[in-house]
Design a protein around this ligand. Structure first.
Ligand code: FAD
Length: 454
């Protein structure tokens, strides 16, 4: 029986949309099944690694994104346990200044979605995939229900599951592997208005009981995502918990003092996991469906887009050869693991570091005094420098040497406030307030001892 499609993609998030666009451009008949109706929202830090620009351009969507005049961030500002933020700019790359896009997932995902429609890809909204169809041990299609709860069944030469962290294939085949260490995390997110936002950076505030990522997503909206151990919620009202924990950090409090929380807090579980190799042919996983790392380093969207590129390249060869066997498709898995392995090692190491206050403060201090080390790190976090530049004996040696040198920053007595560069501005009209790495910086605020600090 002829297949309904060459490729069926489950999920129209960034990874699914990118896979569909790339394979459609290579001449394949592509169908996308999405359970939601677009535009739809998504809990996310909402800043996108600088390296994603090149892929978005290739997908033909960067122009439409730029047309919405999105904010662009020039780097990351990190504060460890209430100390002053240290701003680290993305280093230039191949002669170009680098920046990260910062826009709502509502807009970003919708622009990708519209691009699929514009290209004539069959996108079926409100089509929930419930199961995979197998023939001779290989995936050959899907079944599900449409908006009217009517069942549907579609077949394809190959299925791409881009259904995110709860992808149907993970459940159906029990592929999800929880890491041996690490507790369950929950992310709480909301947009604030009227924020005195001081600079065009993504602000990462690390403190007890978790960390926040803060990025302006429009002229008057700042996205504040809090990630904590799930057990911390302990039945407390979600909105009250979020407001209390976000504002108990003095640096965040300073930024948000005059701001308004103008929506209900949204929550999502944020548990890292890995995925076992797929035990059959006819199926590949892209994006979060292939594994999820804690969002501290904020690269999920880039990884989704890049995995789509790698998957599309393998699928093109497989479809041309008429061989979608497990062994053929395993090439994609191998390339993906080779490319991302060191980045995952780095992300896990940073995860461990941020929950150790003394070490974390010290590393941030070392980065503040050593701009070259700091720049390399954010270039790697921004996904355009290879992770091997940081996950290497050379980098670690330089870090160790810098660690042993006395820190330049003078630690004043408790209560001394850092000098401000001027009146902070509203979101969308950024102005720098933070201490740039290795500048002659203002005295820093000595950190308040935390009750449960280790
Ligand atoms: C708290 C938090 C903060 C984050 N911050 C950032 C950040 O700042 N920057 C960044 O780059 N990344 C960030 N990430 C990661 C990022 O959100 C994900 O990596 C990204 O959304 C993955 O894209 P995806 O296309 O794989 O999946 P998703 O975006 O989850 O899309 C999956 C799509 O599949 C659909 N779907 C699922 N199952 C089915 C089904 N059975 N049938 C039909 N449709 C289905 C869903 O409706 C959805 O539209 C963050 C993640 C979290 C949890």
């Amino acid at each position: 029986m002829p297949a309904d499609y060459d490729v069926l993609v489950i999920g129209a998030g960034p990874a699914g949309a990118a896979t569909a666009l790339l394979l459609h451009a290579r001449g394949y008949k592509v169908g996308v099944l999405e359970r939601a109706r677009f535009p739809r929202d998504k809990v996310c830090g909402e800043f996108i690694s600088p390296a994603a620009d090149a892929i978005l351009e290739k997908l033909g969507v960067l122009e439409s994104i730029e047309a919405t005049k999105p904010l662009r961030l020039r780097g990351v500002a990190v504060s460890a346990y209430e100390e002053e933020e240290v701003a680290i700019d993305y280093p230039a790359h191949e002669g170009r200044a680098m920046s990260s896009l910062s826009l709502s997932r509502f807009s970003f995902d919708h622009l990708l979605f519209q691009k699929m429609k514009e290209r004539g890809i069959d996108v079926l909204e409100e089509h929930q995939v419930d199961d995979l169809v197998f023939d001779a041990g290989n995936v050959t299609g899907v079944t599900g229900r449409d908006a009217g709860n009517r069942p549907f069944a579609l077949n394809a030469r190959v299925v791409v599951d881009a259904g995110g962290r709860n992808a149907v294939s993970l459940r159906r085949m029990g592929l999800r592997q929880r890491p041996k260490t690490g507790r369950g995390k929950v992310a709480l997110a909301a947009h604030w208005s009227g924020v005195q936002f001081p600079g065009d950076y993504c602000y990462m505030h690390i403190s007890r009981p978790g960390y926040t990522g803060m990025a302006p997503v429009s002229a008057d909206a700042v996205n504040v995502v809090l990630v904590v151990d799930a057990e911390r919620l302990r039945g407390e009202d979600v909105d009250a918990f979020y407001r209390r924990v976000v504002l108990q950090n003095r640096r965040r409090h300073d930024l948000l003092a005059d701001a308004e929380l103008n929506e209900r807090v949204r929550t999502v579980d944020s548990l890292a996991f890995q995925v076992q190799p797929i035990p059959c042919g006819g199926l590949v996983l892209v994006g979060d469906a292939m594994g999820f790392i804690d969002p501290f380093t904020g690269e999920g969207i880039y990884l989704g887009l890049r995995s789509a590129e790698l998957a599309a390249a393998t699928l093109d060869v497989a479809l041309q050869k008429g061989d979608v066997s497990r062994w053929m498709l395993a090439r994609y898995d191998l390339r993906r693991r080779q490319e991302f392995h060191k980045k995952f090692v780095l992300s896990r190491a940073l995860q461990k570091l941020i929950y150790r206050p003394r070490w974390c403060r010290r590393v941030v201090g070392v980065l503040a005094d050593n701009p070259a080390l700091a720049a390399t790190l954010v270039g790697v976090i921004g996904d355009y420098l290879p992770a091997g530049r940081v996950v290497s004996a050379a980098y670690l040696t330089r870090l160790a040497v810098a660690w042993l040198r006395p820190q330049r920053g003078v630690r004043p007595q408790r209560g001394v406030r850092p000098q401000r560069a001027g009146r902070p501005q509203r979101a969308g009209r950024p102005q720098q307030r933070v201490r740039p790495a290795a500048s002659h910086h203002a005295p820093t605020l000595e950190s308040r001892p935390l009750p449960d600090e280790g």
